[in-house]
Structure formats: C-alpha cells, structure tokens
Ligand binder design. Structure first.
Ligand SMILES: Nc1nc2c(c(=O)[nH]1)N[C@H]1C(S)=C(S)[C@@H](COP(=O)(O)OP(=O)(O)OC[C@H]3O[C@@H](n4cnc5c(=O)[nH]c(N)nc54)[C@H](O)[C@@H]3O)O[C@H]1N2
Ligand SMILES: Nc1nc2c(c(=O)[nH]1)N[C@H]1C(S)=C(S)[C@@H](COP(=O)(O)OP(=O)(O)OC[C@H]3O[C@@H](n4cnc5c(=O)[nH]c(N)nc54)[C@H](O)[C@@H]3O)O[C@H]1N2
Ligand SMILES: [Mo]
Length: 765
C-alpha cells in the first residue's frame, strides 16, 4: 500500500548541508516560523516563562529532568513548540466535522489534521452519515459503560501514550483492573520497554541510575543512539557545561546529529551575539545501525588488554573489588570478548579497530563514566543485547552506583516513566496487586495483559473488541500499518481521549467516541478548586505541575474526570471506590498513590513542589541488586549484530528517524533544520557510494519495499533520493511515514519493542 497520498507535502523540497550549530538563532527562528501568527503572544510568553519551574507547569514534550536551580527560561526549541502547539488559537469544532466525512479525513496528512487545532466538543461517530457528531458527556459515558459491560474484559485494551499525569494514570490502571484485565500497554512498549526489561533483569531496576548531579561529576560520557539536539534539547545545557569542563563525550550514531556536534546556547546573550559554539562530542563514530554490540565488545576487548598490561605493572584497570562483591558472570563474558576477533568486530560495526580503541582508551582512562542511550539501542531485534552490552561495559570499571557514574536511558514522553511507576503495566508482577486488593476490596486480575505488539495481534485476529486511547496516535505509531488499519475498523468500540485530531481517531471502530481533554498548560477547575497534577522525569524525580491558561473550550473535561466518568458508568458501585470525590480533589488520588507505594510516594502532597522534584530512589544506585542472583549480571552477547537479519545483496537497514520539526506523530512543520532537510518528509537518505552502487541519482523518485522473510508485500513511496552521510548499507527516512514497512513480528526478542532502527528493505527504482 502506498503512503504518499496521505502525507505528501506541497512545498518544494531542498536539502542543504546545515553547518550551523544546534540551539542558536536557528532555534528561535524555527519557533517563530511555525507559530508566526496563530498564538496569543503575551499570554504564550507568560506561559513559557513558567515552564519547568517550581509552581509552573511541567513541559508536555520530553521527560528530561527539571533542575532545582533553573534558568530564566527553562525551555528549549522543541519544548516551546510542544507548548505552543497546545496553546494554538485554532479550534476543531463540530462545524468542521459536519463539513468532512470521516472517510475523507482519513486521507489527510498528520500535519493537516493537527493543524485544525484543539478539539472542542465530545463527539460520537455516526455510521449512517460517516460523520463525527457532537454528543453530551453523560451520553458518551453511559453508552461506553453499557457497551463495556457487555464485553469480555480480556477483549478490551487500555492504551496510554505517556503524557497523562500520575493522578490520571493511577485511576486509569485501577479502572482497567476493577473492570477485569491487565491490558495496559503504553507507548513505552514501542520505546524503552527494552530498558525496562533489560535493566530490571540485569541490575534489578527498570529505569536509569543517573541523577542530575552525576552529570556534573563524571569524567566521560558514552552516547549511543540518542539525539539530544532534537529530542531532549534541555540536556544540551548540562552537556555544554560538561564539555567546557573537559569531559570526554564519545558518540556512536550512524547519523552525524548536529546537537551532538556543536551547540550555541540560545539563552546566553554573549554566545548568541558572537555565535560562539561549544564542541560537544570529542569523538563521533558513525557506527552501522545495529553495530553497537560489536562496538562495545571492541571497547571491552581493549579494556581487558589494558588490564593485562596493567597487571604486569602491579595495577588493574578493572574494578576488581566491585566485580567480586557486586557482579555475576564475568568469566563467561570475558571469554566471549577475548575470543571475538577484531575482524569480526570491524565488519559488524563498520568502524575500524583504531577508532574503537581510541574510544576505549577514554573509557580506560576515565574514573567516572556515564552511559547514555536512546532508541538507537532499544529499537532493534537484539535491543536487549544492546542494553546488556552497555551494562557489561559499565560494570567492568564499577561505573554503576557511584557518584558521577551510571546508566542513563533518556526517556521519551514527559510522564512515560511515571505511568509505569503508578501501575500502568501489562505485567501483573510489576504491580502491587495485593495492596490494591486490600485498598479497594476487590480481586485484581492476575493474568498477564497485552503489550502493544500483542494488542496488535489481538486486533488482527479479531480477539480484541474495544480499544481505549488515553492520548497518543496508536495506529500511526505501530508497525504493520496497512493490515492494522483494516483490522481496526472491525472492532466494536474505540474511545480516544485527545487534545487534537489525529489519524487514529479516523480509523474508528463500529462505535467510536472522541473525547477532548484539557492540556497540562490549562487550568483544571474542579469542585474543591483549581487542581494540580504531577509527573516523573527521566531521573525518577517527581514534580507538581500547575496549569494556568484558560482551557481551549468550556466543553473540555480533564483526563482525570473523563477516566473517572467512564469508570463510574461501567463498574458496579463499590464503597471504597469514590470516583466523584477523587475528581473533586486530586489530592485524594495522591493519598491513594502514597498508600499503594509508600516508599516512593510518602507525604506526596507535601513534597510535590520540592524544587527539582523529589527523588523516588533507585536501589541499583545504592548497589543493592534486586536481581535473581542478588548481584549485577554480566551477559554473554549471543550475536555481534542487533539487526536480527543477515545482510544480502540489495537489502538495506532502514533507520526510521524523527525530524527536528515533529513530536512523534505530531508534525509541526517540514524543516529538519539540524540535518539540512527542508520542505518534505518523503525522502530516502542514502550515501553517495551506495547511490552509485544501486544506480540511483539525486532527486530520483523510488519506493521502499519490505524485505522481511514472511512474503508479505509492504511498500511506501514515492520517495525522493537525497545523498546523505550514512554508513554503507544503512538508509534513512522518517517515522511515522515508514511504519507500513515494519512487520509486526520485527521486534526486540525479549521486550517486543518494535525494531524500528534496522528494518530490512529493498529500493525499487
Ligand atoms: N522534539 C521531539 N522530542 C522528542 C520526541 C520527538 O519526536 N520530538 N519524541 C520523544 C520520545 S517518545 C522519545 S522515545 C524520545 C526519542 O529520542 P531518541 O532516543 O533520540 O530517538 P530517535 O530520534 O528515534 O533516534 C535516536 C538516535 O539513534 C540513532 N540510531 C539509529 N540507529 C542506531 C543504531 O543502531 N545505533 C546507534 N548507536 N544509533 C542509532 C539515530 O540516528 C538517532 O540519532 O524523544 C522524545 N522527545
Ligand atoms: N517507525 C517508528 N515507529 C515508532 C517510533 C520510531 O522511532 N520509529 N517511536 C516509537 C515511540 S518511542 C513512541 S513513544 C510511539 C509514540 O506513540 P504515541 O504516544 O501513541 O503517539 P504521539 O504521536 O505521541 O501521540 C500524539 C497525539 O497525542 C494526543 N495528545 C497530545 N497531548 C495530549 C494530552 O495532553 N492528553 C491527551 N489525552 N492526548 C494528547 C494528540 O491527539 C496527538 O495527536 O511511537 C513509536 N513508533
Ligand atoms: Mo517514545
């Protein structure tokens, strides 16, 4: 199936080598370009000024930490875009839905749909006319409730996208369990699930061990597949400070990402006026996509060699006391590393031995090292092995659980980590079910629920009959789009809680409801007064957020109120479950959270406005290992490549990328400024040598075809060929446009995270 009709853009495409820094004037211009005339300027600036500060609201974009000693403007280009996107003056009203059928809107692009602005009224799908029509809240709640009562709870999926507050998330998970299932997949299943599974197994906690102060105390950082400049730009500030302090920053990434090369701080007038750049990465290695296991084996090989040599002089490179006291499995790991040849490592990584040794020497010399990573490690068939290799590497020199060290997965959505903390999980063993049973007087379901890939399989097989989306754009974000869209409309019920219109709302089930909610920037007035909410950042710090803007429409409800409204209409009365009272006062929900998770959330209401947030603790950071063996685990890598498929003539590894002008499926514009790609997203990035080999010329239109070995035809095109610096065998294009090319079965073996960073494809000229 071809994707182009729905996503093609009208502007002329041009690609220029971008030689400016990340940050700088470009980031301010980028904001002005997108929002030129559709924001209420003074009010918007007032809102931005309060972003990520105590008693302000916490950014709706990424989950990067909000420091206690904040800047005058504690926001970045992309955080500002996300905020202004929510504050748009445009409205998507019942009139709009009266003008366009759902079938028509299904062919609109992601960009054009969200450009309609904020949703204003609850709506119901009217099959007779193929329109969304306005309905009343109570009507929606009772219709949804009565349909849910008639369904088998195990046939219903409760998805969430990572933005909703801790308060809403806790109620949402409670609702699903009171209803009778653990079908609580979230966007994390497509993202850092690899982290949750791997780190839990290897160091006993499913999250990173680093906190803000570690960034100021480390000697070196090793970066694998995380694009700071676009995806967590506020991280550029501590990175810049680190670089200035002489910290060695070693980057492995198939793409030369500007934000990891140089940075001009847009909040520093002197730097802005002089254009003075800070070089971020001291070494930048363009590893092949899927080549990180090999790279890290190479680094460890060099560490063992350096240790052999040190021994002859009576010293050690390995942290022997740490390894003996705290780890398990070094011997087998060491044997595997020693027997792997440099030739194998060079082939699998695409890097030379000399380059890997140069990076490894920094690791040998540095006393305190942090390992940082993103989707470049997690979204692979052997993503688990990627993360496990980084753990191996850090353990060798005791780089976990010491000040200035640690492992740091950079999380995605602003509260994705927190949602998991308060019970949104398909894995019953991660949730204190006995506690919930006592608290609310019911028998929680114990059967494992569906994660994202399993939910997709269930929908394809017709076993899943109803889908709830607490935010997000599931149908655009998942793999196997063509088959999924077709199967989707066979569901009995789809309910989407959203701020803006997106494609998932338009591939509706037989009965469908579109329920518009307030955003985090907006005031949330309930019976007891204005409400505040809370979120958890990537460093496990929990912080309150206060919305002050007037809501986009008087007909909106808060996410908390919508979840509670549906739950109340669905479930039998239970004296311990007080939906109405909880909506009246979110402080009561925080008390419930504190009761379920006393260690992390005691005195929640009192602590929620601690500057920088309160830390919920991390056992691995204290070198307490809640693993099977009671120690941190070395893992023997079973492969050198994380792609999960063999190389073959004409087969490429497709990396699906985010541009600087998008937040996931939300497309703000068509300028990927930091990569010099302007005006279109329908492109195929490929290096000039590979172009020549394949007989392609610049600007030629081609399509991509899936090369998975299941025989299913998947195709996306036309795409314009653009020469781009990438390793041999690797090509790039944008997410979500490329998602029809990803087979549902192409996922990390252990966590089932879709393997979006090495998709096997062929080019069809
Ligand atoms: N502005 C903005 N911010 C965002 C988002 C957004 O879309 N826009 N999304 C949010 C979400 S949900 C998430 S999860 C995060 C995602 O943030 P990131 O983790 O940065 O995710 P990606 O941009 O998908 O890719 C990360 C990097 O991995 C590199 N890469 C690809 N394959 C490999 C590989 O095999 N090895 C290595 N070493 N590198 C590789 C890519 O070139 C890219 O630079 O950002 C969050 N923040
Ligand atoms: N090929 C490929 N696929 C990928 C990825 C990739 O790198 N490559 N990345 C994966 C990753 S990391 C992730 S996290 C997923 C993202 O998957 P999702 O989280 O499902 O998608 P988003 O695009 O973030 O969702 C955007 C929608 O959220 C709604 N929204 C925005 N703000 C709010 C709010 O405050 N409340 C509510 N209720 N709704 C709101 C709006 O309607 C908006 O259209 O995609 C995954 N898919
Ligand atoms: Mo994500």
């Amino acid at each position: 199936m071809s994707e182009t009709d729905a996503t093609v853009h009208r502007e002329e495409q041009k690609t220029v080598e971008y030689d400016g820094p990340s940050g700088g004037w470009g980031s301010l211009k980028a904001i002005a370009r997108i929002f030129g005339n559709e924001w209420d300027t003074p009010a918007a600036f007032d809102t931005l000024r309060r972003q990520n500060k105590p008693k302000g609201f916490m950014c709706v974009s990424c989950s990067w930490a909000k420091p206690a000693d904040y800047h005058a403007f504690e926001f970045c280009e992309n955080g500002a875009k996300a905020t202004l996107w929510e504050l748009t003056t445009r409205r998507c009203t019942p009139d709009f839905f009266a003008k366009h059928t759902v079938s028509e809107l299904r062919n609109w692009s992601d960009y054009d749909l969200e450009q309609q602005g904020r949703l204003t009224h609850p709506s119901r799908y009217d099959a007779a006319t193929d329109h969304y029509v306005r309905c009343e809240w109570e009507e929606a709640f009772s219709a949804i409730g009565s349909q849910l009562k008639s369904l088998d709870p195990e046939s219903v999926v409760f998805y969430s996208s990572g933005r909703a507050s801790l308060e809403t998330s806790y109620l949402y998970a409670l609702f699903a369990r009171l209803y009778g299932c653990n079908n609580l997949p979230d966007s994390s299943n497509m993202c850092h699930e690899t982290t949750s599974v791997a780190l839990k197994k290897l160091i006993g906690v499913g999250v990173g061990t680093v906190v803000y102060q570690d960034l100021s105390n480390c000697d070196a950082m090793f970066f694998f597949g995380q694009n700071t400049g676009s995806n967590s730009p506020r991280f550029l500030h501590p990175l810049q400070d680190a670089a200035k302090r002489g910290v060695q920053i070693i980057t492995f990434n198939p793409v030369r990402e500007k934000g990891l090369e140089v940075f001009v701080n847009p909040q520093n007038p002197a730097e802005m006026l002089t254009g003075k750049e800070t070089v971020i990465s001291s070494q930048y290695h363009q590893v092949k996509s899927g080549g990180d296991i090999a790279v890290m084996i190479g680094i460890c090989k060099h560490v063992f060699a350096a240790d052999d040599e040190a021994k002859t002089k009576g010293s050690r490179v390995l942290d022997v006391p740490f390894i003996e006291q705290h780890t398990n499995g070094l011997q087998e790991f060491e044997a595997k590393v020693r027997e792997t040849s440099w030739q194998e490592i060079e082939t699998a990584s695409g890097l030379s031995r000399a380059d890997i040794e140069r990076a490894a020497q920094v690791y040998v010399d540095a006393d305190r090292v942090i390992g940082i990573y993103g989707m470049g490690l997690t979204q692979h068939v052997h993503g688990f092995e990627n993360v496990a290799m980084l753990v191996n590497m850090l353990l060798l020199k005791g780089n976990i659980g010491r000040d200035g060290t640690g492992i740091s997965p950079v999380r995605g959505h602003s509260n994705v980590q927190g949602q998991r903390t308060v019970g949104i999980s398909e894995k019953p063993e991660l949730v204190p079910l006995d506690k919930l049973a006592k608290q609310f007087g019911f028998e929680p379901p114990r059967k494992k629920g569906l994660n994202t890939v399993e939910a997709c399989k269930g929908i394809l097989a017709g076993k899943v009959k109803a889908f709830f989306g607490l935010g997000g754009n599931f149908v655009r974000a998942i793999p196997e789009r063509a088959a999924m869209e077709e199967a989707w409309t066979r569901m009995d019920l789809t309910v989407q809680i959203a701020t803006k219109l997106n494609h998932s709302h338009l591939v509706n089930g037989k009965a469908a409801y579109l329920l518009p909610c307030r955003g985090r920037t907006e005031q949330d007035m309930q019976a007891s007064g204005p409400q505040v909410v809370s979120i958890e950042d990537t460093f496990s710090c929990i912080q309150g957020s206060i919305g002050l803007r007037t809501p986009a429409s008087e007909h909106l409800k808060s996410e908390t109120a919508i979840v509670a409204g549906i739950a109340k209409a669905t479930l039998p009365p239970n004296p311990r479950v007080k939906w109405d009272e909880w909506v009246d006062d979110y402080g009561l929900i925080r008390n419930l959270i504190a009761e379920t998770y006393p260690k992390e959330f005691h005195d929640f209401n009192a602590r929620m406005f601690t500057p920088g947030g309160f830390y919920r603790g991390n056992t691995a950071r204290e070198r307490i290992w809640k693993t099977k063996s009671g120690k941190a685990e070395f893992t023997v890598p079973k492969t050198l490549s994380s792609t999960g498929f063999e190389d073959a003539p004409g087969r490429y590894r497709l990396l699906t990328m985010r541009s600087n002008d998008q937040f996931n499926t939300t497309i703000y514009g068509f300028s990927d400024r930091l990569r010099g790609i302007e005006g279109t997203r329908q492109i195929l990035l490929i290096n000039p040598k590979e172009m020549e080999r394949a007989g392609l010329s610049e600007g030629q239109m081609v399509s991509l075809v899936s090369d998975a070995d299941d025989g299913v035809h998947r195709e996306v095109g036309p795409l314009k060929v653009v020469p781009f610096k990438l390793p041999d065998g690797c090509i790039g294009s944008y997410y979500p446009e490329m998602n029809p090319l990803i087979a549902l079965s192409h996922h990390d073996e252990q966590s089932k995270t879709p393997a979006a960073k090495s998709v096997p494809v062929r080019i069809r000229a």
